[in-house]
Design a protein around this ligand. Structure first.
Ligand SMILES: Cc1cc2nc3c(=O)[nH]c(=O)nc-3n(C[C@H](O)[C@H](O)[C@H](O)COP(=O)(O)OP(=O)(O)OC[C@H]3O[C@@H](n4cnc5c(N)ncnc54)[C@H](O)[C@@H]3O)c2cc1C
Length: 470
């Protein structure tokens, strides 16, 4: 039973990777730590439950990584995907610290496994969690609890008392309503906000995306509604990032509204063409290697009429990519397939015929930017273009799958939140998605969500513990 009358050294809001890394980090320095997780125990761990891997710099191959990935190369990758929209000092700090995280996270009970293959191409850069994100989280919870971190589930924080940049207390609402008004206020010397982005708050998304947001599917937890982010911004914390920027991929249109996870993501774009509801192609499906392009397809589909699109391919490529939860829809002819997708058969036949006619001969290799390309159509398919001509013809309907948003709280290298007047907060720290926008102005490179959570979570825990002791 949590003693609501005591004052904790460190209060952590959130129950995912960033929160747990902070809680463990703070507890290991002797601080008393309370974690408030808004979700029930079974759903603990937010989006972290769905993860598979983490991107860390390293100077040499490891047991599970095939070669070195230097700090400089990591930074160049980050610059490329963000188009330079990153806080360089913070980003370089994160990358430097990520080297140590590879070992630190293992010391907290997490285990690695060899990289998954297919179109991912991550064997050198990303370490995969043995058993996935859920197993990773279970290890962190086990370690935290063994160290004496207290955890309360079903404990949604609904208000924060902040005076002139200083955190005083949090008000929580428990799902089962057992906690009375007096007991629902928690006091702590320092706060670590690790409560994710606002991706599950459709109304908030609508402020920037309009009615289109009704057609978005949220790949992860329904509990990341951005309530803590909103409170912090309302109470004087400086915001960072563009509210329309997020990580969004194409996921199966038949996926549930929330929590569909990784098994609904389609990695088959490079093997076919993608058309909108008018059966028209709208973007180069072969622009670059898939890990560098998968995260743009959510936004591309979001910009199409009714936010729906269809990946069209033929029977020759069905074993070339990782299968998803949903089987493809098939037809013996393009017209039959179109009818099943409720597309205009003549329009889809023309799009496929035009594409096939534009394909130039080449040697197919999806692991490199090969020479299989189209000529004379717009948009082009610049690599991996092969005719779609062997029935059955197949399709996946896709919608924008929002992974996480980038609008966040501005922090410094200590993860201390900065207030609107530029001054650092006296005792408030942030880690994970809630501050991802400091590093990710736009774009994404696979595995960075967990780097941001682990590195800044660990720092936040350390700094919060030090702050509480002073
Ligand atoms: C399907 C999917 C696959 C992904 N795969 C990867 C991957 O392989 N590698 C990678 O690096 N990233 C991946 N990501 C991104 C990654 O999940 C996130 O970047 C990372 O988990 C964020 O960690 P976090 O601790 O900041 O947030 P989360 O893990 O989402 O935790 C936020 C927590 O805050 C809690 N919370 C929210 N509001 C409140 C409140 N008011 N009061 C109390 N608690 C609250 C939530 O319940 C949740 O526990 C994936 C995301 C998804 C959805």
């Amino acid at each position: 039973m949590v003693d609501f009358s005591r004052k904790f050294d460190v209060l952590v809001i959130g129950g995912g990777n960033a929160a747990l890394c902070a809680a463990i980090g703070a507890r290991r320095l002797g601080a008393s730590v309370l974690v408030l997780e808004g979700a029930p125990k079974f759903y603990r761990g937010g989006n972290t439950r769905h993860t598979r891997n983490m991107r860390c710099a390293h100077d040499a191959a490891t047991d599970i990584l095939t070669g070195p990935y230097t700090e400089e190369e990591f930074f160049e990758d980050l610059l490329r995907v963000t188009g330079g929209q990153t806080d360089e000092e913070l980003a370089r700090h994160m990358i430097k610290e990520s080297k140590d995280i590879l070992n630190w996270i293992v010391e907290q009970g997490v285990r690695w496994q060899p990289s998954l293959g297919g179109t991912l191409s991550l064997g050198r850069t990303n370490s995969f969690f043995l058993g996935g994100g859920r197993a990773m989280l279970n290890a962190l919870y086990r370690t935290a609890e063994a160290l004496g971190v207290e955890v309360l589930y079903d404990a949604e924080v609904v208000d924060l008392e902040i005076d002139n940049g200083m955190f005083l207390s949090a008000t929580l609402k428990q799902g089962d309503g057992r906690v009375g008004a007096k007991a629902s206020t928690i006091k702590a010397s320092t706060l670590v906000a690790a409560a994710g982005g606002f991706e599950a708050n459709i109304e908030w998304l609508k402020q920037y995306w309009g009615e289109a947001a009704d057609n978005f599917l949220i790949r992860g937890t329904p509990y990341n509604r951005g309530s803590i982010l909103k409170l912090l911004l309302e109470k004087g914390v400086q915001e960072v990032g563009d509210p329309t920027q997020c990580h969004a991929v194409a996921i199966d249109a038949r996926a549930p509204k929330f929590d569909g996870g990784i098994i609904t993501r389609h990695d088959s774009v490079v093997f076919g063409i993608v058309v909108n509801k008018h059966a028209a192609r709208f973007y180069d499906e072969g622009e670059d290697i898939w890990p560098k392009r998968y995260a743009i397809w959510g936004r591309l589909v979001a910009a199409q009429p009714d936010q729906i699109a269809y990946i069209i391919f033929d029977s020759t490529v069905v074993t070339s990519f990782m299968p998803t939860l949903f089987p493809p829809i098939g037809g013996q002819s393009i017209a039959e397939l179109a009818a099943k997708l409720e597309l205009d058969p003549a329009a889809l036949e023309k799009t496929v015929a035009d594409f096939n006619a534009a394909v130039r001969p080449g040697t197919f290799d999806h692991t490199i930017l090969d020479d299989c390309r189209t000529e004379g159509i717009a948009p082009p398919k610049t690599h991996w273009a092969r005719r779609i001509e062997t029935p059955p013809y197949l399709a996946y309907p896709v919608r924008p799958g929002i992974t996480f948003t980038y609008l966040g709280t501005r922090v410094n290298k200590e993860t201390r939140m900065l207030m609107k007047d530029g001054k650092p907060s006296a005792n408030m720290f942030a880690a994970g998605e809630i501050m991802a926008g400091n590093v990710l102005g736009k774009g994404y490179a696979a595995g960075m969500g967990m780097t941001i959570g682990s590195v800044f979570g660990r720092i936040a825990g350390r700094e919060a513990a030090k702050n509480a002791k002073n």
